[in-house]
Design a protein around this ligand. Structure first.
Ligand code: ZN
Ligand code: ZN
Length: 185
């Protein structure tokens, strides 16, 4: 489990991980920045502690700049997200690559370098209008073109981002993401 940041809309499904940890037979590793993991520990102490019959659900693991996971290499970058930062990531498997950039409002040079030319870019795209803590449609489409990403999926959409309207208006290389979407690299 990679924790991009500890905003409620990203981590309040945390209790659902109990079933996964039971299937694994061990705590789920939570990969994230130290300050984020510390705040999660304060807010959800029971998740990280074994108590009588109940085993800990999660185990905090601080990430650096990269991580190897099976055959995948995962690299991280800190993204500006209003007053905080979120973790953006790029996954490389063989010659294929995907970047996942949720909850950011500005594309930094480090992000641009990491995401440049990926086969698939999943990006925050909250709204049609600029927003102080999130990206908006024109900016994301522009960045995707500049970085020459293969396929763009828009995520974190608000009510101004109607699914079928977007499907009709977006270029062939862009699409709104949706629940249950599976991406094969
Ligand atoms: Zn957020
Ligand atoms: Zn969010």
């Amino acid at each position: 489990m990679i924790i991009t940041h500890d905003h409620a809309d990203h981590c309040h499904g945390i209790d659902e991980l109990r079933a996964i940890s039971q299937t694994l037979g061990k705590p789920v590793p939570f990969y994230g920045r130290a300050d984020v993991l510390e705040r999660l520990r304060r807010r959800f102490g029971y998740i990280f502690k074994s108590a009588s019959f109940y085993r800990a659900v999660g185990e905090a693991v601080e990430v650096g700049s990269e991580l190897t996971f099976g055959g995948a290499q995962i690299r991280f970058v800190d993204q500006p997200h209003g007053g905080i930062t979120s973790l953006g990531l790029r996954i490389d498997i063989g010659s294929r690559s995907l970047a996942y950039a949720i909850d950011f409002n500005e594309l930094t040079d480090d992000m641009r370098t990491l995401y440049e030319g990926v086969d698939v870019w999943v990006s925050d795209c909250l709204s049609r209008r600029p927003h102080p803590t999130h990206t908006h449609l024109d900016a994301v489409l522009g960045w995707a073109e500049e970085m020459k990403v293969g396929q763009l999926y828009l995520s974190h959409l608000n009510n101004s981002m109607d699914y079928t309207t977007l499907v009709d208006e977006l270029p062939s290389w862009a699409a709104p993401a949706h629940d249950g979407l599976e991406i094969e690299l």
